[in-house]
Design a binder for this molecule. Sequence first.
Ligand code: WT7
Length: 646
Amino acid sequence: MPHEKVYPVPPEIAARAHIDAEGYRTLYARSLQEPEAFWAEQAQRFITWERRWERVCDWDFQRAHIRWFEGGRLNACVNCLDRHLDSRGDQTALIWESDNPAVSQRFTYRELHAQVCRLANVLKNQGIGKGDRVCIYLPMIPEAAVAMLACARIGAIHSVVFGGFSAEALRDRILDADCRLLITADEGLRGGKHVPLKANADQALRECPGVRSVLVVRRSGGKIGWTEGRDVWYHEAVAAAAEDCPPESMEAEDPLFILYTSGSTGKPKGVVHTTGGYMVYAAMTHRYVFDYHDGEIYWCTADVGWVTGHTYLVYGPLANGGITLMFEGVPTWPEPDRFWQVVDKHQVNIFYTAPTAIRALMRLGDDYVKRTSRRSLRILGSVGEPINPEAWEWYYHVVGEGRCPIVDTWWQTETGGHMITPLPGATPLKPGSAAWPFFGVEAVILDDKGKEIEGPGEGVLAIKRSWPAQARTLYGNHQRFLETYFKLYPGYYFTGDGARRDEDGYFWITGRVDDVLNVSGHRLGTAEIESALVEHPAVAEAAVVGFPHDVKGQGIYAYVILKEGVQPGEELKRELSEQVSRDIGPIAKPDVIQFARDLPKTRSGKIMRRILRKIAAGQIDDLGDTSTLADPGVVEELIRNRIQAG
Ligand code: WT7
């Protein structure tokens, strides 16, 4: 089963790498033995502080109390822009490749700085100040990065909502964070298709009285509704604003952003990241994990709506004075060679994407790749879900031509940055393994009693000590933070993932152990999808599980119980799918809907999801113990009517 191939570090990569094998061993050991000295050094090296911290760290997992660099003062925007102006003001900071292959744009550090300062002044003119929440609902356009940095500049807390989320999902997130202002665009453009962002925003805002102004970026020029006194054209406001905007001085533990993510129960949670520790960790991991060298062109394909877009599209690369590429489009449009065309066009050196994209492109054949050069590529990265060895090998041999190490980075919205990952110049690669913990990360595997497994073994993945980019709380709900991550295994941060560690200390992430799905690298809670389904008047009850899917990693399988007298049918399935899309977004649409008379439940009424997962996966010979079922007939019927999926 485990893929036993090992790819050694290419000598030409090791020769110029920031960290080599020996460097990893000594620095890793030191990071655990003398954490305070180690992190003080990193904080000094990677970040410019207005005032030095008084205490490196102070944390207690029993209370979910986490503080880094307290007493220190800094501004994240200054670290991403201002401090680079003298040394590289005229160097490109951001390359934007639009959906249309004929259009791209470059912004130097000086230009980006000017844009950010102007927008920061617009925000201030709109009454936004330190600690206020600003919602950003934008497509992948430069204004998205500008908006994040403008918030950071004045100490406002941004909450970016992925442009693929629906009006209802947007509304819930705006309300939860009590946002004061929204930045959106008329429409998004992806693969030639229009995404009605402003229309969604208008609908969401009907129920968000706290939002007093809306800045609207003109992207498509399409027709949109307009609310006088509330809506403001972004380009007009920015043109009228001053270019000088002194940054706000922030305490290390002041919040930088909130980012919503799905959990196993309830509504999405607003993960809170603060300024100092997050910035240190973002810059350091970006430098070492991608072995980033000055002047290199770095491309992370993630949307700004996800944490990868925060840490590795905006904050990490810009903190390092790097060149970051933002892509508005999709991998398959106008043709499935788009990624590689963009690599050649902009001479990309480091490319970071998700396994789902790799698998989708792999299916379409090697020709689309081979007709491009890709000579500029040096390092490849993977993120978001386990990468299967087959996709890994294709990425390595076909895309990278056996020349580029792949960094398979395991981390989460809550971890803020990479946690388990190879380093290009230090780690021999095993396809499908995220390899070793990053500096300062003490990753452990716990057995079902919560005891640490020493050496090789399999169990749940937990982290034994804090790291600087760890989430500090869930917005407005510290109790839920404590309960979700620190209660089940006292003394540890519980990741929600399962993992195996092999004889060489390599970690193999086996996937979520809770009711969280990973669909095409998007994190979705089964509970969210279920509550969307039961909102439909025809539905009495619903249970959603994941099943293995060749391209998406996991697909969504929904079992739906209809109310008395409702007729099942294809039309109703379409309606239910639409309902989910309206409630959450198109990414949450079930792949399969099976109507059922009842669900397998224990005598106490608990749904046996384990059985539902097996049926969805087609593993019907191996249902395990069904003796506690209230009505075993239910299972037979579900199996009879199961729908072939995947
Ligand atoms: C979950 C976190 C990390 C940024 C994007 C996703 C899964 C993530 C890997 C990987 C195996 C991975 C885990 C994790 N995951 N990266 N390299 N190998 N699994 O962030 O939306 O917070 O999702 O994604 O299951 O818990 P997220």
